[in-house]
Design a protein around this ligand. Structure first.
Ligand code: HEC
Length: 134
């Protein structure tokens, strides 16, 4: 009985600490000019061919894709996947979007993926006050 209890405590601790480490690892780093510069560099190397240097997705490659790359210049809360959540931009970059040309980029370092996250979100326009558009 006591053994069981201590087992549960130990397993609980392991789960807790691994979760903790994971949560720490994916915590957004501070948005510094260095990080944004890194984001720009990696973006231009890896993402601009589809998403375009200005993030509007209007590239020859992008327009040949179905679905096409999204326009990053729209308000951040209207992004189809991220919906205004910076963590989701990181996740999409890490995992990709199934059945689209958006592949996963988990070969990039975590720092690079956060740099990209800040950089692409930087293309979006500020979220407008709630009023009917369209
Ligand atoms: C081969 C073309 C291609 C490349 C290269 C590419 N993407 Fe994408 N990306 C796409 C497509 C297509 C979509 C839209 C998929 C959809 O609509 O479901 C997309 C969607 C996204 C989204 C989702 C935005 C949202 O919330 O709707 C993010 C973020 C993104 N890409 C980031 C990146 C980053 C960062 C890179 C570079 C590391 C990159 N992409 C490289 C094709 C590409």
């Amino acid at each position: 009985m006591k053994r069981w209890l201590s087992m549960i405590v130990v397993v609980g601790l392991i789960l807790y600490s691994s979760g903790f480490v994971f949560a720490q690892a994916s915590k957004p780093p501070p948005k510094t000019p260095e990080l944004l510069n890194l984001g720009k560099k990696v973006y231009e190397q890896s993402c601009a061919s589809c998403h375009g240097p200005a993030g509007d997705g209007k590239t020859p490659l992008g327009s040949a894709l179905k679905p096409p790359p999204r326009d990053f210049n729209i308000p951040f809360n209207q992004w189809p996947h991220a919906k205004g959540d910076i963590k989701k931009v990181f996740d999409v970059t890490t995992r990709g979007i199934p059945n689209t040309a958006m592949v996963k980029w988990d070969q990039l370092s975590e720092r690079e993926r956060w740099a990209l996250t800040y950089y692409v979100v930087g293309f979006s326009t500020p979220t407008p006050p709630p009023k009917k558009k369209k």
